[in-house]
Design a protein around this ligand. Structure first.
Ligand code: NAD
Length: 346
């Protein structure tokens, strides 16, 4: 079978890291037909928008995509392309695993959790305005709906079942935000009753932030609303090795887009320098989503062994701070060569 996949190379370092992921994915023997569509800052001059209709059309048709990071233009009246993509395609579940990969420089070597975040509503809906003409006060409105809360909590439990995980922790601030937080809490408690084999617990967001830093090993699947999820998933990325190695996915009812958590890092664009692992592991998540579990395992093992061996790793994994055994940093393409070699040999 050949999988037709929408490929959005992205801005800045995007083309380098998506190219690395393609090489590794193709080395598994799984066949892909990549439909390349461009979005982001690079197309604004030509198309008048960072999100041309062709990108949405391709995603609606293929239902699956791999995406590099996009630069959000500062000023100029454009909304974040990432937020628009999620809302226009109703990609409601942001899934970000934080899993330690063999690095002694990470804060923890035994983190293995997944943050599932509602990605379409609440404080990122873009409903905001000045309260008065003098701009002395501003208001951002965060609407939480029963429908969106139900589907994200169900998603988290179904994900836990599918990935053989045993606990879901719902995170909110229902003691203070009694309506939005209270609704999310009520829905989570109700849905948890339908999944008796999965342990359920709740945490207030402030306590959760502290618990994650102290005992991340206690957590498995964490489900929460948009803003809290955005912050917690970056926190968890930091616990398990940083942005260079953290993959992600945004998933809807019948469609999924896989992308690294990091941004377009424009200062490194075209230097063949940055870590390709976050995008390669986003590809590994895509393989699992497609049911290609054996291929996904090959990719994970190849990445794990490459990082563990520390002979061909990019600057972020080679320098003091990540490792106590600093090594000369490899280029993005050299680290990719090593991962490809290991996948082909497995
Ligand atoms: P960034 O993630 O691009 O870069 C921050 C720093 O993280 C970099 O300077 C670099 O030191 C490090 N870094 C990032 N990716 C790395 C990699 N693969 N390997 C090694 N180190 C890496 O964040 P930023 O500078 O705040 O944002 C730059 C642009 O990216 C902005 O326009 C922002 O809106 C956009 N952005 C896009 C996405 C997305 O498309 N999903 C996500 C975040 C930021």
């Amino acid at each position: 079978m050949v999988y037709k996949v929408t490929l959005i190379p992205g801005d800045g370092i995007g083309p380098e890291v998506t190219n690395a992921a393609i090489r590794v994915l193709e080395a598994t023997g799984v066949q892909f037909d990549w439909e390349v569509v461009e979005a982001g800052q690079k197309v604004i001059a030509e198309k008048g928008t960072p999100l041309p209709e062709s990108v949405l059309e391709s995603m609606r048709k293929n239902k699956i995509g791999l995406k590099g990071p996009l630069t959000t233009p500062i000023g100029g009246g454009f909304r974040s392309v990432n937020v628009s993509l999620r809302q226009m395609l109703d990609l409601y579940a942001s899934v970000r695993p934080a899993r330690s990969i063999a690095g002694e420089g990470t804060l923890y070597s035994d983190v293995d959790l997944v943050v599932v975040r509602e990605a379409t509503e609440e404080l990122y809906s873009g409903v905001e305005h000045w309260v008065d003409r003098d701009h002395s006060a501003a208001e951002t409105i965060g609407i939480v709906t029963r429908k969106a809360s139900e589907r994200i909590v169900k998603f988290a439990f179904e994900y836990a079942l599918k990935e053989k995980r045993h606990k879901v922790t719902a995170v909110h601030k229902a003691n203070i935000m009694k309506y939005t937080g209270g609704l999310f809490q009520e829905v989570a408690q109700k849905i948890a009753k339908s999944y008796p084999t999965i342990q359920f617990e709740e945490r207030l967001i402030d306590n959760m932030a502290m618990q994650l830093v102290k005992k991340p090993q206690d957590y498995d699947v964490v489900v929460t609303t948009n803003l809290f999820g955005d912050i917690l998933s970056d926190l968890c990325s930091g616990l398990a090795g940083g942005l260079g190695i953290t993959p992600g996915a945004i998933i809807g009812a019948d469609m999924a887009l896989f992308e690294p958590v990091h941004g377009s890092a424009p200062k490194y664009a075209g230097q063949d320098k940055v870590d390709p692992v976050a995008t390669i592991l986003s590809g590994e998540m895509m393989l699992k989503y497609l049911g290609e579990r054996k291929a996904a395992e090959k990719v994970w093992n190849a990445v794990y062994e490459t990082i563990k061996e520390k002979r061909h790793v990019t600057y972020d994994l080679a320098l003091p701070g990540y490792t106590s055994r600093p090594v000369p940093p490899s280029k993005c393409s050299e680290m990719t060569d090593e991962i490809v070699k290991r996948v082909e040999a497995s």
